[in-house]
Write a protein that binds this ligand. Structure first.
Ligand SMILES: NC(=O)c1ccc[n+]([C@@H]2O[C@H](COP(=O)([O-])OP(=O)(O)OC[C@H]3O[C@@H](n4cnc5c(N)ncnc54)[C@H](OP(=O)(O)O)[C@@H]3O)[C@@H](O)[C@H]2O)c1
Length: 352
C-alpha cells in the first residue's frame, strides 16, 4: 500500500470540492429553471383546461352534401362562388337575387361547371312577401347563406339619406326578412341534422373605416343580430356563422372602387383583393365547423381575435389564443389607429 504525498492529497481535495461546488450550482440552476417553467406552465395548463370545460356552444359538424343550401345574392361575386362550391359538394342549391337575367346566367354557368341544376328565385330582399313566397317554394332549408349586400362608400355628410337607407334596407333589414321567412321551415326540417344560418358581413363590420359610415353600420348590425339569434336557435340545432371577407374581386367591388373617397383608399389599402372562390372556400369551412366568427385571411384572423369580445367560441384552443393574445393585439390595434389618424391629419393639411 502506497501513501500519497500530502501536497497531492491537498490538490485532489481542492479539485473534488471545486467539482462538487460547480455541480451543485448547476443543479441549482436547472432546478430553478425547472421551477420557473412549472410556475409558467401551471396557469397556462389551468387556463386551457378551464376553457375546455366552459366554451359554449359545443363543437359541431354541419354536413353540406345532400342538404338544401339557399344563397341570397347568389347570382354574382361571392354568392355565385358559394353556389358553385355548394353544388360541387353535392348540395341541392337555390339562389335568390333581383335580376332574372343574372340568375339565369349563373344557373347556366353552374350547370356547365358542375352538371348540376340550381333553382333560381327572383326577389328583392326588401320585399317581405316576395321573399316569403320564394322561400316557401324552395322548401325547407338546411343551410341558409344571407349574402346579398350593397356598398356605396361616401362620407356621411355628402351621402344622401336615401343611399344610407338603401344600404341599411338591403344589408340589414333584408337579412331580417330572409331569416324570418326561412326560420319556421328550418325549425320544422325533417332531418334533425345540424343546420346553419350564415351571414355575410365584412371586415368593415369589425372595424369602422372612413367613408363606410352607413355600410359599416349595416354590417355591425349583423353582428348583433347574429349573436342574439345564436342563443335563440341553438335549441333547434341551428348554428349561426358570421363571415368577414376582406376586399374581394367581384363585380360589386369593381363598382365600389370607382367611387371610393381618396381617404378610404388610403386607409383601407390592402395587399390585394381575394378571389371569390377563396372566400367561398373559407366560408364553407367555417360553416361546416359551426364557427361563429369566420375570418377569410391571416389579417382577418388577427381582427377576429382582437374583436372577439362577447362572441361565442366553440374551439377551446382558439379561445386560449384569444385570451393570451388579447393584450398584445390591443396594442397593435392602437398602433393602427395612430397610423390612421396620422393619415387623416396629413390628408386634411394637404387638401385644405
Ligand atoms: N366584394 C368585396 O370586397 C366584399 C368585401 C366584404 C364583404 N362583402 C360582402 O359580400 C356580399 C357579396 O358581395 P359581392 O362583392 O359578391 O357583391 P356583388 O358582386 O355586387 O353581388 C351582390 C349580389 O347580391 C344581389 N343583390 C343585391 N341587392 C339585392 C336585393 N335588394 N335583393 C336581392 N338580391 C340582391 C345581387 O343580384 P341583383 O343585383 O340581381 O339583385 C348579387 O347577386 C355582400 O354582402 C358584401 O357586403 C363583399
Amino acid at each position: 500500500m502506497t501513501l500519497l504525498p500530502q501536497t497531492e492529497i491537498n490538490h485532489i481535495t481542492t479539485v473534488y470540492l471545486q467539482y462538487l461546488f460547480e455541480a451543485s450550482s448547476m443543479a441549482d440552476l436547472n432546478l430553478s429553471n425547472y421551477l420557473w417553467f412549472l410556475l409558467l406552465l401551471f396557469p397556462l395548463t389551468f387556463l386551457l383546461l378551464l376553457l375546455y370545460f366552459i366554451v359554449r356552444p359545443r363543437p359541431v359538424r354541419i354536413p353540406i352534401k345532400n342538404r338544401h343550401v339557399f344563397i341570397t345574392g347568389g347570382s354574382s361575386g361571392i354568392g355565385l362562388a358559394l353556389a358553385h362550391r355548394a353544388a360541387s359538394e353535392g348540395a341541392r342549391v337555390s339562389i335568390l337575387a333581383r335580376s332574372v337575367d343574372k340568375l339565369e346566367e349563373a344557373k347556366h354557368a353552374i350547370r356547365l361547371a358542375t352538371g348540376i341544376d340550381v333553382s333560381v328565385f327572383a326577389a328583392d330582399v326588401r320585399d317581405c312577401d316576395a321573399v316569403w313566397k320564394s322561400v316557401e317554394e324552395a322548401g325547407p332549408i338546411d343551410v341558409l347563406i344571407v349574402n346579398q349586400g350593397v356598398f356605396v362608400p361616401q362620407e356621411l355628410e355628402k351621402q344622401g339619406l336615401d343611399e344610407v337607407r338603401f344600404m341599411l334596407d338591403v344589408n340589414l333589414m333584408g337579412s331580417f326578412n330572409v331569416i324570418k321567412a326561412a326560420l319556421p321551415g328550418m325549425k320544422k326540417r325533417g332531418n334533425r341534422e345540424p343546420a346553419s344560418i350564415a351571414l355575410m358581413s365584412s371586415q368593415a363590420g369589425q372595424v369602422g373605416i372612413y367613408g363606410y359610415t352607413a355600410y359599416s353600420a349595416s354590417k355591425f348590425g349583423l353582428r348583433g343580430l347574429a349573436e342574439a339569434l345564436q342563443q335563440e336557435v341553438i335549441a333547434d340545432n341551428i348554428h349561426v356563422s358570421l363571415i368577414f371577407p376582406p376586399d374581394t374581386d367581384t363585380p360589386g367591388f369593381e363598382q365600389e372602387n370607382k367611387v371610393r373617397p381618396p381617404l378610404t383608399s388610403i386607409l383601407a389599402e390592402s395587399s390585394g383583393a381575394m378571389k371569390p372562390d377563396e372566400v367561398a372556400k373559407k366560408a364553407f369551412n367555417g360553416i361546416r365547423s359551426g364557427s361563429f366568427i369566420v375570418p377569410c385571411n391571416s389579417e382577418g384572423h388577427l381582427l377576429a381575435i382582437v374583436t372577439a369580445g362577447f362572441s361565442p367560441q366553440r374551439s377551446f384552443l382558439m379561445a386560449f389564443v384569444e385570451v393570451v393574445a388579447a393584450g398584445l393585439l390591443r396594442v397593435a390595434a392602437l398602433c393602427f389607429q395612430w397610423n390612421w389618424y396620422g393619415s387623416i391629419e396629413k390628408w386634411h393639411s394637404q387638401n385644405k
